[in-house]
Every structure is written in structure tokens, then in C-alpha cells.
Design a protein around this ligand. Structure first.
Ligand SMILES: *Cc1c(COP(=O)(O)O)cnc(C)c1O
Length: 394
């Protein structure tokens, strides 16, 4: 099909709630995507981190094929093997918790908020979240998302949410009282522009939650499953949360979300309180199992550490050359480049030269290379960005 034909179909039949780039992607392999006109694009922002281990990873494709021939979906009226195995693999890689499965990041956070209410009811009901956060688009998670631009047109939002500046210990202490059911933050804010929580901040959340009987929830939807060089972002600190949520990279491209809670907290989620028809289906769980095995077998956590350092080094070299670059920050392969002006034009110029990156929070260029990328591919990406910055006279 011609690119124009596809776009016309969208104009006619698909709700226009996304601003899309005028390209139709028809194929993905490793660090590359291919458009309908046959162009190859180096993808340094694969599916918003969904394809975190690269597009169509062969182990994931193989697992999907073989599971598809066995059983695609069975409802949670029954037990199923892939869901149990996946929960075990996740538990072993986090704090020994128990998982609930759903189909997206927002749903995972929604489940976490509901669980925190159940666990702390009836005395407590408030949720503290941080400015600049992103937690999803359902009513509860968009309310948790403390950025006014996501709230416009949807008020009144869900009651009970309190917003504090991110990484601000005093503000957090001031906001706490014995009605707080949970604090939910990202260990590194993704959509908010790659802002990294300090160890002290996470430790303070832990202490205040312990002192007040509240639940500590970390939204690891973007940071989880290896992106930062550890299985979960919180593992860079000494702090252990009560609940983590994950999605994005977990399914290797297949829709899946998960919420993991410490056993004691998770026990509040009894039959009748929460559910998902598609949650934990065999196909999605088989994909996630393959993702976890691939990360282990191919040493991708180590790659994320080394390649992350390499990429930040290269970006810092560009910072010396171009005054528009103010700061390079990140952990592992979750990297932001803060600019002194809007980054959207740079992102589209890079795409025209065959490189996909992203711009968030207006001025932050985001690199989230696949965990299978090579130094040569990073070099290519940096070279393209270098050329774009040079041509723009920045
Ligand atoms: C993407 C994201 C979400 C929402 O996930 P969806 O799958 O789009 O619902 C929530 N939290 C964080 C940190 C995210 O990056």
C-alpha cells in the first residue's frame, strides 16, 4: 500500500488523537524500522521503550509462534502456566513480591492505587504524587499525573490527590499526614524530562511511608525491565518499595502490564476487588518470559550500563561543541539531553536523516536505545545529531 493511501484511511477512519509523523512503518528488526517507501530508520527511541530489547527480537518471535499454536488466551477462571512462570521470574528479580497482570502501564498504576486504598482503608485515602510525573491516561492515573496540560478538559478529576515538587524532601514532609494512603513516584521521570530521584528522596519516601503506615509505590513503567542497567530503577538505591508497576519493555512489543506488591500488601487484593479479562493471557506472558530470558542470556543489563555510559560520553562531547546543549543526564540507557530551546525541530530533522529520537517536556531530547544496540549504531546516531546541530547553526 502507498503511504498516502494509508494516511487517507487514517484521516477517514481513525480518531485523530495523536499527532503522527507522515511515515508508515511496515517492518522492524533489531535497532531499525522500515517505512512503506523502503527507507531504513535507526530507532533510538523504540516504541517509547516498548521495544526495549529491539524490534521483533527472535526469541520473542519464537515464543509467540509456539505459544500461539498452544493456547492464546484463557481467562483467569483457570490457572495457566505462562502467567505463573512470569510472576516467578519477576519476583526473583525484584523484592520477592507477588504480581497482578494487566495490559498497560496505566492499568498497572490503576491497580496499584486501588490496592493501596484497600490496604490502608478506612483511615487513609490520600495519594501524593510529584509534579512533572506521568502515570497514564485513565481518570485515576491522569489525576496522579501532576502536569496541568494533561488535566485540561477533564476536570473535576478524582478527589484525594496531593501534588508536591519532585525530589523536594521538605515539600514531601509538609504534605504528609495520617490520611496518606500512598506516595507514587517514578524513580526517574520519563515524560517529565529524565529527572532522577536522589537516593535521599527515595529514602525519605520510605521513612515517611513507614512512619505513617502508607504504601510506597514506584512507577517503573518506563524504568523497569533493564532500561537503567538494573532490572528496576529502585535497585540503584538501598530503598525497597511496597509496590512497583511495569509495562513498556516487559512484553517485547506485546501489550502487557504488571503490578508487583510485597506479599503482605498484595494480600489485600482478594477476589472481587480487581480484575482484567485479558490480564496475564498466555500469549503476552510467553512474550514477557522470552524478554526476561533474552535479557539474561544476552547480558543486556551490562550492555545498558556500558552503552549508556558510552552514549552519555558522546553526547557530552556534543555539549562541548554546541551551546544549545545545557545538560546530558540519565542512568543506563534512559538518557535526556536538556536544550536551551525547543527540541522538536531537531527531532524531525534527525528523522529526515534516518534517525529516530524523541523530544519530551519541550526541551529534552530523549535517547532510549534498544538494549541490543552496538557502539557503531550509537556512533551513527551521534553523527546524525551532530550534523543536524551543525546545519541548524546551534
Ligand atoms: C508510558 C508510561 C505510563 C503509561 O503507560 P500506558 O501503557 O501508556 O498506559 C505510565 N507511567 C510511566 C512512567 C510511563 O512512562
Amino acid at each position: 500500500m502507498e503511504t498516502q493511501e494509508t494516511i487517507e484511511m487514517f484521516d477517514k477512519y481513525v480518531i485523530a488523537n495523536y499527532s503522527r509523523l507522515p511515515k508508515v512503518i511496515v517492518k522492524g528488526k533489531g535497532c531499525y524500522i522500515y517505512d512503506a517507501d523502503g527507507n531504513e530508520i535507526l530507532d533510538m527511541f523504540p516504541g517509547w521503550a516498548v521495544s526495549g530489547i529491539g524490534h521483533c527480537h527472535p526469541k520473542v518471535v519464537e515464543a509467540l509462534k509456539s505459544q500461539a499454536e498452544q493456547l492464546l488466551h484463557i481467562d483467569n477462571t483457570f490457572y495457566s502456566e505462562p502467567q505463573g512462570i512470569l510472576a516467578k521470574l519477576l519476583s526473583e528479580r525484584a523484592f520477592g513480591g507477588k504480581s497482578f497482570f494487566c495490559n498497560s502501564g496505566a492499568e498497572a498504576n490503576e491497580a496499584a492505587l486501588k490496592l493501596a486504598r484497600l490496604y490502608t482503608a478506612p483511615e487513609k485515602y490520600k495519594f501524593i504524587t510529584a509534579e512533572g510525573s506521568f502515570h497514564g491516561r485513565t481518570f485515576a492515573t491522569v489525576t496522579a499525573t501532576a502536569q496541568p496540560k494533561y488535566h485540561e478538559g477533564f476536570r473535576p478529576l478524582l478527589p484525594g490527590f496531593v501534588y508536591v515538587p519532585y525530589n523536594d524532601i521538605e515539600a514531601l514532609e509538609a504534605a504528609f499526614d495520617d490520611e496518606v494512603a500512598a506516595v507514587m513516584v517514578e524513580p526517574i521521570q520519563g515524560e517529565g524530562g529524565i529527572n532522577i530521584a536522589s537516593d535521599e528522596y527515595l529514602a525519605t519516601i520510605r521513612r515517611l511511608c513507614d512512619e505513617n503506615g502508607a504504601v510506597m509505590i514506584l512507577d517503573e513503567v518506563q524504568t523497569g525491565i533493564g532500561r537503567t542497567g538494573k532490572w528496576f530503577g529502585y535497585q540503584h538505591s538501598d530503598v525497597e518499595p511496597d509496590i512497583i508497576t511495569m509495562a513498556k519493555t516487559l512484553g517485547g512489543g506485546v501489550a502487557i502490564g504488571a503490578m508487583m506488591g510485597k506479599e503482605e500488601v498484595a494480600a489485600a487484593l482478594v477476589p472481587g476487588k480487581h480484575a482484567s479479562t485479558f490480564g496475564g493471557n498466555c500469549l503476552a506472558c510467553a512474550a514477557a518470559i522470552a524478554v526476561i530470558e533474552a535479557i539474561d542470556e544476552e547480558g543486556m543489563l551490562q550492555t545498558a550500563v556500558e552503552l549508556g555510559e558510552y552514549t552519555r560520553g558522546k553526547l557530552n562531547e556534543l555539549k562541548e561543541k554546541y551551546s544549545i546543549i545545557e545538560e546530558v543526564r540519565g542512568v543506563g540507557l534512559m538518557i535526556g539531553v536538556e536544550l536551551s530551546q525547543s527540541g522538536s525541530e531537531i527531532v524531525s530533522k534527525c528523522l529526515a536523516k534516518g534517525l529516530r529520537i524523541n523530544c519530551t517536556h519541550e526541551t529534552v531530547i530523549r535517547f532510549m536505545p534498544p538494549m541490543i544496540a552496538t557502539k557503531e549504531q550509537i556512533d551513527t546516531a551521534i553523527e546524525i545529531l551532530d550534523n543536524v546541530l551543525a546545519e541548524s547553526g546551534k
